[in-house]
Design a binder for this molecule. Structure first.
Ligand code: GLA
Length: 386
C-alpha cells in the first residue's frame, strides 16, 4: 500500500472529511536479547519492512470512526466512553492509545483508515506497530509536542493497562525509533540507545524470518509467570547482593550465587544474565562486521531460551535445527516471546534458497504446519508520510 492508495481509500470511506495525514510504523524482529527488556537489560531489535499505515483527520465531535481495509470492517466509539471491544479486538490498541493521551490532554474525534502487512499473531509486533502508528498520528493531528520516547511509553502503557498485556518496552521502542539500514541497541533501564549500521548486505548476508505457524496460546500466562520468577530471583539474590534491583544488575561473574537458587529460578536467572552479556558482545561483533561470532551468539541464545528459560517449543526448535543444518547459516534462534511465532536466521545470500527448500521439505511433514518465510531489511521507524 502506498500513500496515494490509502488517501483514496480514506476519501472513499469518509467523503467530505478533508485531507488526512498519513503515518506508518513498522513491525520488528529481535536479533538477540530475549526476555531481557522487563529485567532492565539489553536488546538488539531491527525494524522490518512490514508496517501498519494509517490515514486520519480530525472531526468536530468526540467520535472516533475507524475503518480497517484489511478486515473490510468499521467500528465507531466515543472518546467520552472508552471501553474495550470484544467484537473488534483490533480496535482496542487504538482505543488504548486514545485513553493514554486523554490522561494529559483533550482530544478531538477522528476519522481513521488503516491497513498493514505485518503478519499478525506471529510475534513480529503488529500490535506495537499499530499502537505506535496511532500515537504518532494522534500527536501530529493535534499538533502536540510529545516527544518520541514519551510516545513509546504511552504506547506501551496502552498495551499494559488498556489491552491488558504486560509486555516490556522493546517492541514499541524499535517501532518508533528504528532506522533504515540499522539495528537498535537499547538499554531498557536508561532508555539510552545506539543505532548500529547493519553489516549484512556488505557481507552478502541477510536476515530470514520463518513463521512457525504455531498459534501462541500459552504466551500471556507463561510470559507473566517468567516475569514473576525473575522478580522472585531478584528478591533472593538481594540477600548476597544488596545493590541488585533487577537481573540486569547481576553479571556473569556472579553466576555462582545464581547456582544456589531453587531450580526454576536458577534457570530463569541464568538465561537473563547470560543473555544480557550476549547482547553486549553481539553489539560489538555487529559493529565490527563479525557475522561468524554474532551467529554463534544467536545459537547460544536459542539454547538458553530452550533449556533455561523454557519458552521455545518443538516447532521452533525444529526450524532452528533445520536452519543450522544449512552450510551458509551463521546463526539461528527463536525470536519474540516464544511458544510459537518466528525464528530469525542470519545466512549468506547464496544459501537462502537452500534454507527455503530444507524448511519447505521437512517442516510441514514433521509438524503438519505450513511455515511462512520472509527476508526482511532494516527499515525506518515510525514517520508521517503525508
Ligand atoms: C514480547 C514482549 C517484549 C519482550 C519479548 C521477549 O515481544 O512484547 O516486550 O519481552 O516478548 O523478549
Amino acid at each position: 500500500m502506498n500513500v496515494q492508495k490509502i488517501v483514496s481509500a480514506f476519501h472513499r470511506q469518509f467523503p467530505g472529511a478533508g485531507e488526512p495525514i498519513v503515518a506508518r510504523a513498522p513491525g520488528r524482529v529481535n536479533l538477540i536479547g530475549e526476555h531481557t527488556d522487563y529485567n532492565d537489560g539489553f536488546v538488539l531489535p531491527m525494524a522490518i519492512d512490514a508496517q501498519i499505515m494509517l490515514a486520519g483527520s480530525l472531526r468536530t465531535d468526540q467520535e472516533v470512526h475507524l475503518y480497517s481495509l484489511d478486515f473490510q470492517s468499521g467500528v465507531q466509539f466515543s472518546l467520552q466512553d472508552l471501553k474495550r471491544s470484544t467484537t473488534a479486538s483490533w480496535s482496542n490498541y487504538i482505543r488504548g492509545v486514545c485513553a493514554m493521551f486523554l490522561e494529559f490532554t483533550a482530544l478531538k474525534g477522528m476519522n481513521i483508515v488503516l491497513t498493514g502487512n505485518v503478519p499478525q499473531g506471529a510475534g513480529l509486533s503488529s500490535s506495537a506497530a499499530l499502537e505506535v502508528g496511532t500515537a504518532l498520528l494522534i500527536r501530529n493531528l493535534h499538533g502536540l509536542d510529545t516527544d518520541a520516547v514519551a510516545l513509546v511509553k504511552l504506547a506501551q502503557r496502552a498495551e499494559n493497562e488498556f489491552v491488558g498485556v504486560n509486555c516490556g518496552i522493546m517492541d514499541q521502542f524499535i517501532s518508533m525509533l528504528g532506522k533504515k539500514g540499522h539495528v537498535l541497541f537499547l538499554d531498557c533501564r536508561s532508555l539510552e540507545y545506539e543505532l548500529v549500521p547493519v553489516p549484512f548486505a556488505a557481507n552478502n548476508a541477510a536476515i530470514v524470518v520463518i513463521d512457525s505457524a504455531v498459534k501462541r496460546g500459552l504466551v500471556s500466562s507463561e510470559y507473566n509467570l517468567r516475569r514473576s520468577q525473575c522478580e522472585a530471583a531478584v528478591e533472593q539474590l538481594k540477600q548476597d547482593l544488596p545493590h541488585v534491583r533487577a537481573l540486569r544488575d547481576v553479571n556473569t561473574a556472579n553466576l555462582d550465587l545464581v547456582e544456589k537458587l531453587p531450580s526454576d529460578l536458577r534457570k530463569r536467572a541464568r538465561h537473563v544474565i547470560t543473555e544480557n552479556q550476549r547482547v553486549l558482545d553481539a553489539a560489538k561483533h555487529l559493529a565490527a562486521g563479525n557475522l561468524q561470532e554474532f551467529g554463534q551468539l544467536m545459537n547460544q541464545s536459542h539454547a538458553s531460551l530452550r533449556d533455561d528459560y523454557e519458552v521455545s517449543c518443538g516447532e521452533l526448535d525444529l526450524l532452528v535445527e533445520l536452519a543450522q543444518s544449512v552450510p551458509g547459516t551463521y546463526g539461528s534462534r527463536m525470536t519474540g516471546a516464544g511458544f510459537g511465532g518466528c525464528t530469525v536466521t542470519l545466512i549468506s545470500n547464496e544459501y537462502i534458497d537452500q534454507l527455503k527448500d530444507v524448511v519447505s521439505e521437512h517442516y510441514p511433514r514433521q509438524t503438519g504446519l505450513q511455515p511462512r518465510i520472509f527476508v526482511f531489511n532494516a527499515s525506518e521507524g515510525a514517520e508521517q508520510l503525508a
